[in-house]
Write a protein that binds this ligand. Sequence first.
Ligand code: DP6
Length: 324
Amino acid sequence: MHSYSATAQAHPNIAFIKYWGNRDNALRLPSNGSISMNLEGLFTRTTVSFQPSLPFDELIINGHAVMGKGLERVSYILDLVREQAGIKMNAEVMSENNFPAGAGIASSAAAFAALALASSKAAGLELSEAELSRLARRGSGSASRSIPTGFVEWHMGSGDGDCVAVSIAPPDHWDLADCVAIINASHKKTGSTEGHALAWTSPLQAGRVADASRRLEICREAILQKDFKSFADILELDSDMMHAVMMTSNPPLMYWQAATVDIFHAVREWRADGLPCAYTVDAGANVHVICPRDQAGAVEKKLRELPGVRDVLVARVGGPARIV
Ligand code: DP6
């Protein structure tokens, strides 16, 4: 008889080929496949315990009780687990992030990956990696990519059953680092879930999606061959294409600040001068600068010298979601 309680930990990830827009919003079936790497050192740790005495699900994040939309999104995953395990108990979910909120690192990927693993384990289910990836996806699309290890590709699949993320290389395959330049941006941004729903209002989304398998192939090959030159070009192209869609959706989403664009220019100049580094940006203003890990010190130093850069976090390639 198990205890109906489990703790799991998962890393956030940074997408190299972006997920933007769904073909099915409810199931989170994306309009295109995506590729990412997990971020070592940053994690969400979540404990789920199903208890017969609880009148409803409870969610506590970094010591604070969360209600409303946040709790609903968690209960939705717990419902899927309860249904599969054939249990009716409510759960207490306690979650901690070791990275600052507002650091521009999506916490939903690590959060739903850890929740999928902890809740299924607590309910007595032994899910495969593919099943965990599908479950995490229902909470947040990018969370599907935080289940497997290292460099990960999330396949769009033909439906719910094969829309899964798989590892394409372990963390030690290619020693890259993500130097996250945190800039001063106080204004409130539109969340990813609302953003995905706007993607197809942009006249550019169809072109972006039609070209996705080509970009995925180039990115996957660049990772497998450790070809930084072709990796850098496709990374920046894919990020710029996603932001072009964002900026031309209705209503338009403009995540870049002046400092964001200043960093783009600086990164391209450094690369032209022989420092291997390339930029990518998610649904925020902060810039992720990817480089070989032995160059991370130099990249971090240069980023800190730029006006408008408030802080820099450095993460290397991380492992899979795991039970702790
Ligand atoms: C720009 O996975 O956060 O970071 O499924 O609504 O939770 P939801 O969206 P989310 O979207 C991620 C968007 C992105 C690109 C990416 O990570 O691929």
